[in-house]
Design a protein around this ligand. Sequence first.
Ligand code: P1T
Length: 384
Amino acid sequence: MGAKDLKFNTKTIHGGQQPDAAYGAVMPPIYQTSTYAQSTPGEHKGYEYSRSANPTRTALENALASIEGGNYGLAFGSGLAAIDAVIKLLSPGDEVISTNDLYGGSYRIFKKIFEKFGIIFHFVGMQGVDAIKEKINVNTKLIWVETPTNPMMNIIDIRAVADLVEHTEIILAVDNTFATPYLQLPLHLGADIVMHSATKYLGGHSDTVVGALVVKDKELAERLYFIQNASGAICGPMDSFLVLRGIKTLHVRMQRHCENGRAVAEYLRSNPKIEKVYWPGFVDHPNHEIAKVQMNDFGGMISFVPKGGSYEDAIKIVERLQVFTLAESLGGVESLAGHPASMTHASIPKEEREKSGVVDALIRLSVGIEDVEDLIADLEQAID
Ligand code: P1T
C-alpha cells in the first residue's frame, strides 16, 4: 500500500516515516549535529550541512507533505519564517492580494518588511471573489488566504479563489494554521502552497515555535528550498522532533478541540452577557455553508465580544480566567485566552483592525482538550 493511499489518521502516524536506518529507532533520533563526515569531498550519506538538510527535519518535512496531501514539505524556524520564504519568491513591483483579516504578524511582515523592498500588498475582504478580481492585474503574483481568519473566524472559499487564478501564473498560498489538515486540505482545493504556524495545532503542546510549507509542484518546491537554504531560517532538529511527535496525535486532539469548541461556542451564545460570538459552526455564521463544504468540522477557535463591552471589560474577563491561560498563541492542549487588540493584532493600526471587526472588546479563545465543563465554569465565573 503506497503512502498516498493511507487514510488521514494513519498518515499522521506513519506518513513519510520509516524506522531509522542505523538501529531501527521507531522515532527518528534528534540528529543534533551541524555537519556530516565526508569520505572524499562531495561524497557523503545524503547530508552535508544541517542548514541544507538534517535527517530529523527531513522526517518532519516528509510527515508534513503526507498529511497535507502534497509532495514536498519544508520546515522553518517559525511560521513567520515560512511566510518570509514565500514572499521571497517575488520581486520588486510584484503585487500580493491578501485577506484583510489575518494574523497581525503576517500583516506586519508584509507591510513593515516587504513593502520597503517594493512589493505591493492589497488587503481585501475575501468573503466573495469579486474584491479579489478587482485587484488582479498583470503584476499580481500571489494571493494570500488565511481561513478561518485570525481572529474573526471568517471563512474564505479556497476552491473559488483557486478557480479565479487557475489558468494564470498567480500563486495561491493558504495559511492553514487554524484549520490544520484534519479539517481542510487546501492543496486538494486548488492551492499551490499550504503554510502553517506549526507552533500551534501541529506541534500541539505549546513547547516549540516552528513553521511549515507544503507544495505539490516540484519546480515551486525547488525555488522554496533554494530560499530556505540561502536565507537559512530552518527548523532545528529538536523542534522538528517535537512537531513530529505532535503530528502523531493531531487527529485525536483535533476531534476533542472541535467537540469542546462547539460546546463553548454554544454556551457563550446562550449567555445574555455576551453580545456576539464568532465561530463558523453556527448555521447563521455568514460563511457557514462554505465552511460545511470545505471543512470536516469547525475547530476550537472562537472569538466573542461581551455586551456593551469596552477595552476594560475585556481585560477584566481575561484577567479573571483561571483554567484558560491568558497568553499569545493557540492550538495547544491547554485552553488559552487572548485579547487581540493589545496582543496578537496590536501591530495593525486601530482603524485598520476595527474595519475587519477586531474591536477593543474582542476576546479570542483557543479551546483546549480539558473537560469542557471546567472550561465553561471558568468562563461563567469570569464573565459574571
Ligand atoms: O508565531 P509563528 O510560528 O511565527 O506563526 C505566525 C502565525 C502565522 N499565521 C497564523 C494564522 C498565526 O496565528 C500565527 C501566529 N499566531 C499567534 C501567535 C497568535 O496568537 O495568533
